[in-house]
Design a binder for this molecule. Sequence first.
Ligand code: DGY
Length: 328
Amino acid sequence: MKVFINKRIPETGIKMLEEAGLEILFPEKENLSYEEWMSYCKNADTLLNVGGDFRYDKNFFDACPNIKAIALYSVGFDHVDIKEATQRNIPIGNTPDVLSRATSDVAFLLMQAVARRASYNFQKVKEDNWGTFDPLHALGQELYGKTLGIFGLGRIGYEMAEKSKKAFGMNIIYHNRHSNKEAEKELDATYVSFDELIHKSDVLSVHANFTPEHKELFNESIFEQMKQNAIFINTARGGFHNQKDLYQALVDKKIWGAGLDVTNPEPMSADDPILGLSSVCILPHIGSATVEARNGMARLAAGNIIAFSKNEKMTNCANPDVYSDHSS
Ligand code: DGY
């Protein structure tokens, strides 16, 4: 069985695939064009996909009828038409859990970086503009006892809430599809409506799975209703926020600051005026970028391909319905 891997992943995953006797196709160069990527996909049986550059949709599946399974090197699967894949019985593997700590660490880091205007102050040092002790300049805000609102309390949201509770005694509120009993018991978290979430949060951190209904959910009208001291954090997907509206809300001081590990568009332009604001910290989608998380992702993704090659269920599958059809 041929597996196409579009970018190098940690060796631990490659080794697993080799030991399982699978034939691995690697691209001859980095940054493939759509056409180049397609020609590799047409020649493979399964894909281990890194990144979200190209979409797996009807057009893709029509053009690559040999593809029987895809193991994503990500927890997110917003670049896959899950319904289409399920109809075609193509399992889509993903990599949850192993990156929850690393990604929530980045949300926690951004929250503090924004609260203390770390990016702005670091920039001043780099520009040889240390300045003098000024009792009024670039003051931050403290997070102790403030309210953290989590939009999407799954594994990553839970970890962010737990760290914030332990470090700053933050009061946790959340909005989610289902209530999270563990968070309510362990973190004293309170389920609130979306409306309450945006009105009550001092820090609002996005951790939900991105679906088309969420497109630019956080826009002008939402920022307008948030607290003036609020910090908006997005480490999930850039599509959750309208970046021009976010910029305007920051300029108009509707909200206090923003920390983004994901942007809209992504990658964003270095000319985006939001980068000139002292109230933001922006990172280039590094949530899972630790040795530990990336090795874990490699093992899960490789494990999913190997399971498929043995006619077994993928351990982590975004469309488990493909299996219920077979077992019935
Ligand atoms: C994920 O795993 O979904 C991360 O955002 C990396 O794409």
